[in-house]
Design a protein around this ligand. Structure first.
Ligand code: ISL
Length: 533
């Protein structure tokens, strides 16, 4: 049996700890807050959670700048809170996945504080240094050169992200051993897996583009995750893979990663994060269909996702977050989460949260957004500037989770949260959604229940029927069972899908009752069981 088959039973819920639930009233979410909400998570039909970084960090990039990999960031709680979270999660059969940031540390990490002191410091070679910048790489946050001057040694160090996030030198065997030890430390704490932040950058090729897999990439990943102790972890890379790379990295027996994200459906039509897109769901359905076919053929585990903490809400970007918000959010979920692969739900996606409208830079925190603002203010008119920021900012999906419509939205008892609430929180929150006749949460529950109950949605073959004009129809087949998934993201249409005898088992529009001719209005999603033909 393929080693990844068991992960097809997993449904992963991504948590941004700062913004999920604040248990101690300081305006910042924490581990105890997550523990309080485990039943909510469980009730959705989730059986694993991925926590964005919870480690000690100066928070220049919200925890992706780690100063101690073996300690919990005090604003999130203590190691006891973490152990308590793990124990409570395990009681509910929920697995724990941590975020492993292995490409860079914080500049406040002990290694870097030592490394920068002198060229003969034992930690100096833990990072990349050069007398002059080795190339013209710029940091990924629009902050300028990726090389920063260090006076003490009269050298430059590399930071692919913020100045406070120096890249570690994976060519140094001591660094590789350090990360193996870090992984093992968390295995001993009961962790089931890791999401690996920009892992494709760990082996550098200074003559090429920063994003390319470097010469020793596979060897280093194998060293980290191919070991006896680590080989059974669930691992997913944020590696921007293409078809070839996903096989090389996630293929059976490679001893590297179990899966990796690709981002074709995220960056499609985009001329940059803050430039409103020029595309439609037509492209998205084609990309989805293509990756389903490709990963099936290559026999690799595919992560099914639309949202994460680095993106504005997918439904706001590609779907409809206005009058058809429910229909559009649920149609997206239907297409993605009944596919072949492992579903990743980002916190709040299941409530149909949407982008915010702010007109003041003080409402933003994200380093990339602030860099964009600095570079653009005064050069374009304010109206366009805020339109672009509201469209693309990572803060959209990082705003505090709205649990109810009360003061603090059930997120915090503090007067002010760390980041202003989403502008529609009074209407878009868990409590109001659950009262709604058209509840996104309830639809997610039904959808995940279906995925859990019907083996075909987990292990079945993916068979493409149609994917064009913003319309998709696909089959999932397993043993003698066949299921048809249909989602229409474009204009109203009547289609003959060719399956005469079928039973509707899930839909976001109860008006879909015709079984002979199939009529679909925009954002209709329907799932059928195919009966004898
Ligand atoms: O969001 C991005 C900037 O537009 C992406 O390029 C993002 O930085 C990239 O996907 C890497 O993301 C990961 O590493 C970053 C961190 O800021 C992100 O939150 C994390 O997901 C640096 O650690």
């Amino acid at each position: 049996m393929k080693e990844f088959i068991k992960y097809l039973d997993w449904v992963i819920y991504q948590i941004y700890p700062k913004s999920f639930c604040d248990s101690d009233g300081d305006g910042i979410g924490d581990l105890a807050g997550i523990t309080e909400k485990l039943d909510y998570i469980k009730d959705l039909g989730v059986n694993a959670i991925w926590l964005c970084p919870i480690f000690k960090s100066p928070q220049c990039d919200n925890g992706y700048d780690i100063s101690d990999y073996r300690d919990i960031e005090p604003v999130f709680g203590t190691m006891r809170d973490f152990e308590n979270l793990v124990a409570n999660a395990k009681k509910r059969d929920i697995k724990i996945i941590l975020d492993l940031v292995a490409n860079h540390t914080s500049s406040e990490h002990f290694w870097f504080k030592e490394a920068r002191k002198s060229k003969d410091n034992p930690y100096h070679d833990y990072y990349y240094w050069a007398k002059k910048p080795l190339n013209d790489w710029t940091d990924q946050f629009g902050g300028g050169s990726a090389w920063e001057y260090n006076e003490q040694t009269d050298e430059y160090y590399l930071h692919s992200f913020a100045v406070g996030q120096p890249d570690v030198n994976w060519d140094n065997p001591k660094v590789r051993q350090e990360f193996c030890d870090i992984v093992d430390f968390w295995i001993d704490k009961g962790v089931d897996g890791f999401r690996c932040d920009v892992l494709h950058l760990i082996s550098k090729d200074f003559k090429n583009d920063l994003k390319w897999f470097g010469p020793h990439f596979h060897e280093y990943v194998n060293q980290l995750f191919g070991r006896e102790k680590s080989k059974n972890l669930f691992t997913v890379g944020e590696c921007y893979v293409d078809e070839k790379q996903i096989t090389e990295l996630c293929g059976e027996g490679r001893g590297e990663l179990k899966s990796s994200f690709q981002f074709d459906h995220i960056f499609i039509g985009s001329k940059g994060r803050f430039a409103p897109i020029v595309t439609s769901m037509n492209e998205v359905v084609k990309i989805f269909d293509n990756w389903e076919k490709v990963t099936q053929k290559l026999d690799v585990l595919y992560p099914l996702f639309t949202d994460n903490h680095d993106q504005p809400w997918y439904n706001s970007k590609f779907g409809n977050d206005g009058v058809k918000r429910f229909e559009s959010a649920t149609a997206l979920a239907t297409m993605f989460f009944l596919g072949r692969g492992v579903p990743f739900i980002y916190q709040g996606q299941e409530v149909g949260f949407a982008n915010s409208e702010y007109g003041d830079i003080s409402a933003f925190d994200d380093i990339e957004t602030l860099n964009f603002y600095k570079a653009s203010v005064g050069k374009i008119d304010d109206k366009t500037l805020y339109k672009d920021i509201n469209f693309g900012s990572r803060d959209n999906s990082r705003r505090p989770f709205a649990w109810n419509g009360e003061q603090g939205f059930g997120f915090t008892s503090a007067e002010k949260p760390w980041l202003p609430y989403a502008t529609r929180s009074d209407r878009l929150n868990v409590e109001s959604d659950l009262k709604n006749e058209k509840s996104v949460i309830k639809y997610y529950r039904d959808l995940l229940k279906l995925r859990k109950e019907v083996a075909a949605f987990r292990y079945g073959q993916y068979k493409s029927i149609y994917s064009d004009d913003g319309f998709i129809a696909y089959l999932r087949e397993y043993d003698d069972e066949k299921y048809l998934v249909v989602c229409n993201f474009a204009g109203d249409r009547e289609v003959d899908l060719g399956f005469k005898n079928k039973k509707l088992i899930l839909t976001n529009n109860n008006a879909i009752l015709s079984i002979k001719k199939d009529r679909f209005v925009q954002y209709d999603a329907a799932v059928y069981k195919i009966l004898d033909e």
